[in-house]
Design a protein around this ligand. Structure first.
Ligand code: DWN
Ligand code: SAH
Ligand code: ZN
Length: 401
């Protein structure tokens, strides 16, 4: 039995992915023997509806001065965050507002507010990416956000009119400290807006690759409203967004400060219909994941027996779960192409597939390529008009296109 990180009720896991390494722990050959592994299991708490990992590595093992994910490498994501900044500004802010971002990475979201000359602060523990933000003139503190850091930020800059966070809140197990910090720094009419991969999409698409060490929570409107209402924050709006393979944007404010949009009740109702509040849904998901693995391995085996060459596109965190869970290594996939300099000439965590540059891919074109960065499909297909091989995906099921 495990204890819920939100409400402390006990629950049993519904799936195990076996031993998994640090998803972003790309490594050199001399470090192959020293990898940290943990058993990755996921459970559903029927008391507060939170889907969660039962165990997560220490935060310093994942977020440090060599964190290899740089948000701004995707042009589509840059556009997404610029228009999102604009939308939030028009709805809730003015030029004198103060904006705080939890997990600003290389500054992809704060850039818009910096360009407007607005007061802002990014809090980002991975110092290499925080440094990249600072080089763009963004004001950032390189530390883990929590209740104490929120107090320090308030002392130095005052109350925040917007606390924003994208793809970060679902990474933080000490969630009550985060909620308390946000509640304390928000101004009376301030809003807390955050987005994360949506549980409904994960279930519908069998996108089990969203499950890896960094993602401790898989949110729904049910779990988010239950969690934050314990801290006096009310879910006032929700919006489905297409990023990261299907996400939800949640807007919260002090209870009673704003009228609640109809969208909240609509999504809550939709979640009941999807079965997100029923354990059986997760048992079924677990079976779908096993099937996905069987089909993925069978396809790679078949291509191998036919003598076809297969590579990968995008050395994502998500691919670490797929490769390790399916037991797929350099025998099946000869290399993975990725534009991140910090990942290139290293090997994938656990399975040790070489990561190569886009130029290398251009010179070593395979017959088939597995799209591990499937969430960037549109951008990638646009960028690769000359690729004459076939693409493989495993979302929502294993197929070639
Ligand atoms: O939640 C998280 C999200 C925001 O980002 C983090 N925990 C870690 C990370 O997850 P991911 O690694 O699964 O993210 P992406 O955005 O799917 O990673 C894309 C990878 O593909 C990057 O390494 C860059 C690479 N890439 C590429 O080689 N060519 C990306 C694009 C768009 C390209 O054209
Ligand atoms: N917001 C960016 C980055 C997401 S990657 C985007 O959407 O693209 C997840 C980020 O969360 C990493 O940069 C990591 O360093 C940061 N992070 C992890 N724990 C955190 C914490 N306690 N406070 C602030 N940021 C945190
Ligand atoms: Zn719970």
């Amino acid at each position: 039995m495990n204890k819920c990180l939100v409400c402390e009720s006990t629950f049993s896991p519904f799936i195990s992915f076996g031993d998994q390494p640090i998803a972003n722990g790309f490594l050199k050959e001399e470090d192959f023997g020293k990898e940290y592994l943990f058993e990755m299991k996921v459970g559903y708490c029927d008391q507060c509806h939170m889907v969660q990992l039962t165990e997560q590595p220490d935060r310093e093992k994942m977020f440090h001065d060599q964190y290899p994910f740089y948000s701004s490498l995707s042009n589509h994501m840059q556009k997404h965050f610029r228009s999102e900044g604009e939308e939030i500004f028009n709805s809730y802010l003015n030029k004198d507002s103060f904006v705080v971002e939890v997990g600003c990475n290389d500054g992809i979201f704060l850039q818009y507010f910096k360009d407007k000359g607005m007061k802002h602060l990014g809090i980002e523990p991975s110092s290499n990416v925080a440094e990249a933000a600072k080089e763009k003139g963004i004001n950032a503190w390189s530390t883990f956000f929590d209740e104490d850091v929120a107090k320090k930020a308030e002392l130095e800059y005052g109350k925040a009119d917007l606390v924003f966070s994208a793809n970060v809140i679902c990474h933080i197990p000490y969630i009550h400290s985060i909620a308390k910090g946000i509640e304390s720094i928000l101004s009376d009419k301030g809003v807390f807006v955050f987005e994360d991969p949506y549980l409904g999409d994960i279930i519908e698409k069998t996108s089990y690759d969203q499950i890896y060490d960094e993602h401790v929570f898989f949110f729904s409107a049910h779990s988010v409203s239950t969690l934050f209402s314990r801290h006096g924050l009310e879910l006032i709006d929700v919006k489905k967004i297409p990023t990261h393979g299907g996400s939800m944007r949640y807007t919260l404010a002090r209870s009673g400060a704003f009228e609640k949009s109809n969208a909240v009740n609509e999504v809550l109702k939709h979640e009941e219909e999807l079965g997100l509040t029923k354990f059986e849904t997760y048992e079924k998901f677990s079976k779908n994941v096993e099937n996905s693995k069987k089909n993925f391995v069978a396809l790679l085996e078949k291509l191998k027996s036919e003598g076809k060459s297969v590579a990968g596109y995008g050395a994502t965190s998500k691919s670490t779960t797929v490769l390790n869970y399916c037991g797929v290594g350099p025998n099946h996939i000869s290399f993975i192409s990725d534009t991140t300099p910090m990942k290139q000439e290293k090997f994938t965590p656990g399975t040790h597939i070489p990561v190569k540059s886009r130029e290398y891919f251009g010179q070593n074109t395979p017959d088939y390529i597995v799209l591990f960065a499937w969430n960037h499909k549109k951008e990638i297909i646009e960028n690769e008009p000359g690729f004459e091989g076939r693409w493989i995906t495993y979302i929502p099921d294993v197929h070639v296109f």
